[in-house]
Design a protein around this ligand. Sequence first.
Ligand SMILES: Cc1cc2nc3c(=O)[nH]c(=O)nc-3n(C[C@H](O)[C@H](O)[C@H](O)COP(=O)(O)OP(=O)(O)OC[C@H]3O[C@@H](n4cnc5c(N)ncnc54)[C@H](O)[C@@H]3O)c2cc1C
Length: 467
Amino acid sequence: MSPRRLDSTLDPAVLDQLRRIVGPEHVLVSDGDVEPYARDATPLFRARPDAVVMPATSAEVARILRLATEQGIPVVPRGAGSNLAAATVPTLGGIVLVLTRMRAIREVSADELLAVVEPGVTTLELSNAAEAKGLLYAPDPGSRTVSTVAGNVAMCAGGLRGLKYGVTRNYVLGLEAVLPTGEVIRTGGRLWKDVAGYDLTRLLTGSEGTLAVITEVTVALLPLPAVARTGVAYFPTLADAGRAVAGVISDGIVPATLEFLDNPCINAVEDFAKLGLDRSAGALLLFGDDGSEASVTRSLEIMAGVCERTGARAVTMARDVAESEALLTARRCSLPALARLAPITLLEDASVPRPKIAEMVDRINAIAARHNVVCATFGHAGDGNLHPTIVFDPADGDVQQRAEAAFADVFDAAIELGGTITGEHGVGSAKLPYLEKRLGADQLALLRRLKRAFDPAGILNPGKLGS
Ligand SMILES: Cc1cc2nc3c(=O)[nH]c(=O)nc-3n(C[C@H](O)[C@H](O)[C@H](O)COP(=O)(O)OP(=O)(O)OC[C@H]3O[C@@H](n4cnc5c(N)ncnc54)[C@H](O)[C@@H]3O)c2cc1C
């Protein structure tokens, strides 16, 4: 059975059943009520859902999914809708299933170094709950104040600490998930060692809401580092900053933070946040580490030394936590700062092997010039993950087509340099046209067969991964 779009509204009998499952106040159908769920944080994508349904338990999720499979109704799971890949836009209409009513932190265990949370808990709420017990939840996407833990799992979100600590997948120990056919499964769990069966926890991590609905997440925690410190170096060019990154790693340091901003980005952030950044620098490198006082002092000294050796014209260390936070703000506010420059901000997410960063940035700048678009780039220098960002006014002729053509070239360049079309933001609808280039036809066909095994009626987030 393939999902069908039911005219402009769902069958009244289906709506009645949904209202009986979650309560009438948790089913939205009017234009005004469903409009916010027609889009996510990705510009240029929009599709109206027929209904928005907000369950409170996994049993309710199971009943909704069973009904949807019986009726062939598309269901799009949604957390905060902060993804940047149009992954929650209900392309074929149907139900947007919002999980944010399920937001209990069920457990934070210092003995077992883990936490168990419902899907709608925000990343920051989980981090704060861990911190209150002297523990660290390491993944820290820039959207952590709003993004949900299940949304992070479903996108395998990264963040500013990816180089040293890895990404969300490195912390997911177990999941409770509801299959589109209504069965509730538990994958993994509290065990640090468990190799019974295929690793479905990993498969569901990054599955972008296309295989199952996640209703509980068990994550690994770490002891909270004693101190965390940050410094900043300004370079004449991004190539110089790239050499500093290579030097840091070859000096045996794997820092918690190694982020860069190019010149247009520095200026946009300075206009926005007034942090006192050097507007004339070609590139800014933010470096930081955490751990014991002695190890952090040593690694920051080594990183500062490498920056000086590779041509930094100024290197400054934050003197206290407040100054460190101000520097991290420069990186965290890059996207909102660029978004002020023009009505549309298209942020991309290519990744290349670390030694290729400077070459990739050169290629991005050449591509932007060729297509005559305004592009600024920032990103995670330590893990080769770049966020070229094109800003434009759609009233400006064919600029949107030029921006899209530029990004197609950026993805080709990333693949050519041994990289990928998305390092952390996921595929969604936005990157689906480029997926075959990255995976090849055989792997794409396998993805489709896996999708059918989980979701025989094809109701879960259709038009995305596995379609
Ligand atoms: C300012 C800003 C900064 C950002 N910074 C980063 C960053 O540093 N790193 C990074 O990786 N991303 C970043 N993002 C992107 C985004 O925040 C992440 O992709 C995040 O993981 C999405 O979480 P969410 O709760 O908003 O999920 P949503 O956007 O609601 O959904 C994302 C995907 O998860 C699926 N999903 C949601 N909940 C469930 C569930 N319970 N079960 C199954 N599937 C589900 C959806 O179907 C969709 O495919 C940023 C976004 C913004 C706007």
